[in-house]
Design a protein around this ligand. Structure first.
Ligand SMILES: *Cc1c(COP(=O)(O)O)cnc(C)c1O
Length: 393
């Protein structure tokens, strides 16, 4: 077998030179800005104080742990979808570790019980199966309240035939003695505080007996409280009233809202082609580096330019025909070598990046609070080759 020396296949690294004032990083890269992250954290801190609710970061949305030291100052811990996420939360974030999984294999339970503070089961059958192993732990049950706020059927936990959470109230009440808490995750990008108020009133009424017995209740993620214009005061009031009325500790599990607008995906234009419209091809791919947007048919966000009159389709360089970030207007003509930045690229992007087409994964770069830029991780051909095999290096 022909062995190609690695060096030839790897892109030249960082183009920065000693003495250069402006460091130019090799694109593509995700750039996390701690200052922007801090704005979200301060909002969380305010809501925590005013409402008494606790906040655990949903790692399935964002698990880039190089900024966990900052986040853990403002949040109460993490929540997870699997053993690996829970372990990451325990090792890198600290504080409370909530474990949840749609279905646990027994080995995960054995491992989780060593460090998880709460174990949340998705069904009564799993609760009963593993109860003998974890009965001295703080246990919770996920409930499907059959209400939801989601623009997408794909992400609607209360969609028809949903497997997410227990529907049968009788079943819940029969097992009350085993649990301390309940999790209702029923929102997705919910920016409507009045809608949330109605949902909580419904849950309060419909699950009264459950709430009387348990100590904590989680309302999951999907509440867009970091979005501009969200009525944070009213949000705090609703949460506080609910927790006082039912004498429960409320938890929220924000993923997206914790990291809104805190990162960009920085790319470089490689080519501009024309097929009726002008198309700028960048050195990234929505399929490989912002997959969530493609899944939900939403264009990537870009800032609005002044004098924006030059319209381009911005596309990725994978061979997928629909690898398109979106159509944008720029203030000048686009040419190869230009930088194109996609905004709001932290959530559900880095956690989903993949090696499709063998495209180099974006590096992970952080701009710290003190203004210093740190390259946290670069991906190379070695990472690619080891991804689907073991090259022994
Ligand atoms: C996805 C998920 C979250 C986080 O949702 P966001 O929309 O990112 O806030 C929280 N809890 C559970 C159970 C989830 O499945």
């Amino acid at each position: 077998m022909l062995k190609i020396p690695l060096k030839i296949l790897e892109k030249p690294g960082n183009t920065s030179r000693n003495g250069n004032k402006k460091m130019k990083l090799q694109t593509p890269y995700y750039l996390i800005d701690e200052k922007k992250l801090l704005e979200n954290m301060k909002k969380i801190s305010y809501i925590r104080k005013m409402s008494g609710a606790k906040f655990v970061l949903a790692l399935k949305c964002f698990s880039t742990w190089c900024v966990f030291d900052l986040m853990s100052e403002y949040m109460d811990g993490t929540t997870s979808s699997s053993l690996y996420e829970a372990k990451l939360g325990y090792e890198k974030f600290g504080k409370e570790v909530h474990a949840y999984s749609v279905a646990y294999p027994k080995e995960e339970i054995t491992e989780l019980k060593k460090f998880a503070d709460k174990i949340i089961f998705n069904s009564v059958s799993q609760l009963n199966e593993f109860y003998p192993l974890v009965k001295n732990k703080n246990l919770g049950l996920r409930i499907n309240p059959k209400i939801s706020y989601s623009h997408f059927d794909l992400a609607d936990p209360a969609r028809k035939y949903s497997r997410l959470g227990v529907c049968d109230k009788k079943e819940i009440l029969q097992n009350l003695d085993k649990i301390n808490g309940a999790m209702f995750h029923f929102n997705c990008e919910n920016e409507d505080v009045d809608n949330l108020e109605k949902s909580l009133a419904y849950i309060g009424k419909n699950y009264k007996e459950l709430l009387e017995k348990i100590n904590w209740v989680s309302f999951g993620g999907g509440i867009y409280f970091t979005k501009k214009g969200y009525d944070v005061k009213k949000f705090c009031k609703i949460l506080k009233e609910f927790s006082q009325k039912h004498n429960v500790q409320i938890y929220l599990e924000p993923g997206e809202s914790s990291i809104t607008m805190s990162a960009k995906l920085v790319t470089t234009v490689l080519d501009v082609v024309k097929n009726e419209k002008d198309i700028a091809v960048v050195d990234s791919s929505i399929e490989a580096h912002m997959l969530d947007l493609l899944t939900y048919h939403t264009p990537a966000k870009m800032k609005v330019f002044k004098n924006a009159k030059y319209e381009y389709i911005v596309a990725g360089r994978s061979c997928l025909a629909g690898d398109i970030f979106g159509t944008y207007k720029f203030g000048k003509k686009i040419k190869p070598g230009d930088t194109v930045e996609f905004e709001d690229a932290a959530g559900y992007s880095m956690v989903k990046m993949n090696w499709f087409n063998g495209l180099p994964m974006p590096a992970i770069v952080v701009k710290r609070l003190n203004g210093k830029t740190e390259v946290i991780r670069k991906f190379t051909y070695k990472d690619f080759v080891n991804n689907l095999g073991n090259a022994g290096n």
